[in-house]
Write a protein that binds this ligand. Structure first.
Ligand code: ADP
Ligand code: MG
Length: 438
């Protein structure tokens, strides 16, 4: 379908859709599109085509896509001012951090700033700290990319390096996110950029979130902090950053909020992007260092200790693995094994710790990150089997390089890359009845 839009208007396109400029002059987040340029809009995303000279578009809309024409530009004037402020920074490199709630426009604002800076021939790096709605690396990672060409969607960039956190929510891994971002920032500085734009996750409400963001910002030590303000809620956040130069920018009114389901769907596109052409690999455990998900990591193993023997005695069985942590004991049992609830309670009384049980096979589908011997991130994979008896690990991954470390995450995927609940969460508050299943 063709559509002509007059100058001074904005065409809002909700994906899945693709838009090609046939003639005219139009901009997406500061990127001036040339004719014949095809722009793909993912499902769950909306792109504003700001028309500067009457433009004819060729548009194909997927199912549930949408199209709307509005007057004026949907880019807030405070975004233009923010860019000017940024350009005036005298430091090299200049680091800016973008804060804001979920769906406030953080990714779009970063895209806008970068496109504008590229027009001035500045070297830009995007450091993406939003692990739940990551644009650059796979979901559950923080990552960076050097941006050399203007873009309509940061998702089209290929990550140069990434740090696997292993969960989608920062509240479950605050230190890991901060550790990852500061490691990557150091590496980014070797690229000798003019600007480092840091995007962050949308967890901004409440004391915990503010403390976490304070810690994150202090660690990154930016030259300027942008806060995207939707309502008054970011005031608290702003007050927390006394020490840093900051600027409030508006959240565009044209934003379409996404629900959890839509956000999960967007993540699936991220898994698919980084798992394309995956193949089964079988790796000997003796070659690998395994980290991450404590349920399947055996460096805290209690096996062959007196205490373990006593626990086995109480349980009346010998598990495949047993590991002790500060506040819990993890036990891995066979696929069809069963532990009596009463015996479990006795074992908990004996150990004075909560006992979490996993069954062989529970590891299937866990999202996993792969690193080489120099700790370079190689990519992600989906764990298929961790076989202690045969001492092998099977994984589906597109990674071809030699793998030396495997970090097991806490997100589980089914065959269609859909997120499914993982045992450890189930063992916690949501499903208190769960244990009775064993
Ligand atoms: N100025 C704007 N005009 C129209 N749509 C916008 C604008 N800014 C952002 N959007 C759209 O709103 C949605 C949310 O923005 P996004 O940048 O993804 O937010 P966040 O990164 O904070 O979650 C996206 O689909 C995005 O394309
Ligand atoms: Mg985003």
């Amino acid at each position: 379908m063709n559509r002509t839009v007059e100058r001074g208007k904005t065409l809002l396109v909700d994906g899945p859709a693709s838009v090609t400029v046939i003639s005219g002059k139009t901009e997406v987040f500061g990127y001036s599109l040339s004719s014949a340029k095809k722009v793909v809009i993912r499902e769950g995303k909306r792109l504003p085509f700001v028309v500067e000279e009457t433009t004819t578009f060729e548009i194909s809309l997927g199912e549930s896509a949408g199209l709307e024409e509005v007057d004026g530009s949907t880019i807030p004037s405070s975004w233009v001012e923010a860019y000017e402020e940024l350009l005036n920074l005298q430091t090299k490199p200049s680091t800016v951090v973008v804060l804001g709630a979920v769906d406030s426009g953080k990714s779009s604002f970063c895209t806008y700033l970068i496109n504008m800076l590229l027009q001035e021939k500045r070297k830009c790096v995007i450091l993406d700290g939003d692990l739940g709605q990551s644009d650059v690396g796979p979901p559950c990672t923080v990552a960076y990319a050097v941006v050399t060409k203007p873009i309509t969607d940061l998702f089209s960039l290929e990550a140069k390096n990434a740090f696997f956190v292993g969960v989608t929510s920062p509240s479950r891994a605050r230190n890991k996110v901060i550790e990852g971002l500061s490691l990557l920032k150091k590496e980014v500085l070797n690229e000798n950029p003019d600007f480092v734009v840091v995007n962050t996750d949308g967890w901004v409400d409440g004391e915990d979130a503010i403390n976490y963001k304070m810690q994150l910002v202090s660690e990154l030590n930016p030259d300027l902090v942008f806060c995207i303000q939707q309502t008054d809620e970011t005031n608290q956040l702003l007050n927390a950053f006394q020490k840093f130069r900051k600027m409030v920018v508006d959240s565009p009114i044209a934003i379409k909020q996404r629900d959890r389901e839509k956000r999960r769907n967007l993540r699936e596109l991220g898994y698919i992007k980084y798992l394309k052409n995956m193949k089964m690999q079988s790796l000997p455990l003796s070659w690998l260092k395994i980290e991450g998900n404590e349920l399947f990591v055996s460096d805290k193993t209690l096996r062959n200790t007196r205490k373990a023997e006593e626990i086995y005695e109480i349980l009346g069985m010998k598990p495949l693995n047993i590991a002790e942590f500060e506040n819990k004991i993890l036990i891995l049992i066979g696929r069809r094994r069963w532990i009596d609830a009463e015996k479990l309670t006795k074992a908990e009384e004996f150990t004075r710790k909560k006992i979490v049980i996993a069954r062989k096979g529970d590891e299937e589908g866990l999202l996993t990150a792969l690193y080489d011997a120099n700790r370079k991130f190689l990519g992600i994979g989906v764990l298929q089997e961790l076989d202690y008896a045969r001492k092998t690990l099977k994984i589906l991954t597109p990674v071809k390089e030699e793998i030396s470390t495997v970090v097991i995450g806490k997100v589980k995927l089914d065959k269609n890359m859909k997120e499914i609940p993982f045992l450890e969460e189930e063992n916690q508050s949501e499903f208190p009845m769960f244990r009775k299943l064993f």
